[in-house]
Design a protein around this ligand. Structure first.
Ligand code: AMP
Ligand code: MG
Length: 499
């Protein structure tokens, strides 16, 4: 690791307030970015910069570029790589850590929320193992686009503040242009961070980490009788809500390892993720997920599995009596599935325009999903076009089905159920349109935008798509192509880990 430029040379001040570095000795190593030879700013998120209390115009400059490329350390920054462990595809690695990421520091944003600012792809760290610590341009832009799309869809997520190209190649199967993403997160503490402390048998460290995570993410439980048990309950609720929102929108994370599951409940690490087009519960996009462990329909089960791994790390601090601790944590684990299902059901009810409860709703929804699976229809468009039926236009949704007979029967049941709502059809249709996006990051359009950037250095398709995805619920006639499913193909879509 090469020492970066002097901090005093850079006029930009993030007003860093670095609590992780000052509270959690043993969970990080200090290190520096490697310099980028000829960096170029590719994209800067003005709105996010403002939210962070930063001046976007000041960042959109040579001085900003120096920081986003790792060539200068901003004032007050304490650059470090965080340590974590993790179960990857079910197998435990006691030592992972930020192998290609560097925390610059924390800022308290304009809404008084503490946010991490991190460079991803800025070079080797002591946790790089065999890797080069770098990132390629395609995956960096992919993460930028999908994270920002998720945010606009209302799903908790890490954000993208800036993307720069480094001017140097990274070597994967072929040489590819290198890039760095500046990522913003509520924190980068993961289930794997707890596993790191627990795997070393360092109970005091796990307790310090839990105390820190409680103060940072769940301060309301700090004075609870058993804050560590309440902490586990809070994380399960945040994660159950998150995975339910993925399922509601057709999102497949692709690599739900415990090191990619945050304590804050934000979606993190957009490597092989993708949105489903045709509804098929077994969908897997990731080339490395050969057994479909992280298939769409398995995500709720993996949620429970990952949270059980978090629970294991908390046993020594939840109760001095080990058996009692296990009993308490198990009770909470047993609640995750029903908790997830209630979040999921609430989301699905909104998708079909229901704001009241009926015991038959669950069946109504699962029957729709069966008809959709049978009909091999586009997940996003079915829900988006469903609202139109209420305005007397049923062709767009019916035409998605080759044979709409079964769907027609379902439509009748649904319309009858809607009568109980006691609101006008227009009101239900409007509510549905605020919940069912017209624009998701369609894989073929994502690929188009990334290849233009990587192969031709043309950022326009990326910028255009980012713009479309910033208003996912607002149908704009000129942007119709972004709403269309991919042309039919016999070649299944495959994603690769963003390394
Ligand atoms: P991910 O699959 O992106 O969540 O990464 C899993 C682990 O591999 C993390 O500890 C990363 O820091 C590390 N890693 C991934 N890519 C690289 C790379 N190119 N160089 C060094 N470490 C990496
Ligand atoms: Mg990761």
């Amino acid at each position: 690791m090469v020492k970066s430029t002097e901090t005093k040379d850079n006029p930009i001040n993030f007003n860093f307030d670095n609590s992780f570095a000052s509270s959690l000795e043993g969970f990080f190593v200090s290190c520096d970015a490697e310099p980028a030879i000829a960096p170029k700013l590719l994209h800067l998120n003005y709105a996010l910069a403002e939210e962070l209390g930063l001046d976007p115009l000041a960042l959109d400059s040579e001085a900003g570029l120096e920081i986003f490329s790792g060539n200068a350390v901003p004032q007050g920054s304490n650059t470090l790589a965080q340590a974590y462990a993790g179960h990857q595809f079910g197998g435990f690695s006691p030592q992972l850590g930020d192998g290609r990421a560097l925390l610059l520091g924390e800022v308290v944003d304009t809404q008084k929320r503490r946010r991490d600012i991190q460079l991803k792809g800025s070079g080797r760290t002591p946790y790089s193992r065999g890797g080069d610590g770098k990132a390629a341009l395609g995956p960096v832009l992919r993460e930028y686009l999908i994270a920002e799309a998720m945010h606009a869809l209302g799903i908790p997520t890490t954000r993208a503040l800036a993307a720069v190209s480094t001017g140097a190649n990274v070597y994967r199967e072929t040489p590819l242009p290198g890039a760095i993403l500046t990522r913003v997160a509520a924190s980068h503490i993961r289930v794997g961070t707890f596993q790191y402390g627990a795997a070393r048998g360092e109970v005091d460290k796990v307790r310090a980490l839990a105390d820190y995570a409680i103060l940072r993410h769940y301060p309301e439980i700090a004075d609870a009788e058993n804050p560590y048990l309440e902490f586990f309950v809070a994380v399960t609720d945040a994660q159950a809500a998150l995975v339910a929102s993925w399922m509601n929108i057709g999102f497949i994370h692709g690599v739900m390892n415990t090191d990619n599951m945050t304590i804050s409940g934000e979606t993190i690490d957009y490597g092989p993720c993708a949105f489903m087009n045709i509804y098929s519960p077994g969908t897997v996009f990731s080339s490395i997920d050969q057994h479909g462990r992280y298939a769409y329909a398995n995500q709720p089960e993996i949620l429970v599995w990952n949270l059980a791994r978090l629970a294991e790390t908390l046993i020594p601090i939840v109760d001095p009596d080990k058996n009692r601790a296990i009993e308490l944590l198990t009770e909470t684990i047993d609640c995750i599935k029903p908790l997830y299902e209630s979040h999921w059901l609430a989301g699905m009810q909104s998708k079909i325009g229901l704001s009241t409860e009926d015991p038959q709703d669950q069946k109504l929804i699962t029957d729709l999903l069966s008809v959709m699976a049978e009909g091999q229809v586009d997940f996003t468009l079915v829900f988006r076009h469903l609202a139109k039926v209420l305005l007397g236009v049923s062709d767009p949704v019916r035409n998605l089905f080759k044979d709409p007979a079964a769907f027609d029967l379902w439509l009748q049941r649904w319309q009858k159920r809607l009568e109980q709502e006691g609101v006008s059809k227009e009101t239900s249709a409007e509510a549905m349109d605020r919940f069912n996006p017209i624009y998701i990051p369609r894989n073929h359009k994502v690929e188009e935008a990334l290849s233009a950037a990587v192969e031709q250095g043309d950022m326009k398709p990326f910028t255009k798509m980012l713009n479309v995805l910033s208003h996912p619920f607002e149908d704009i006639q000129e942007e119709k192509v972004y709403a269309e499913p991919p042309p039919l193909s016999n070649i299944p879509y495959r994603t690769f880990c963003g390394t």
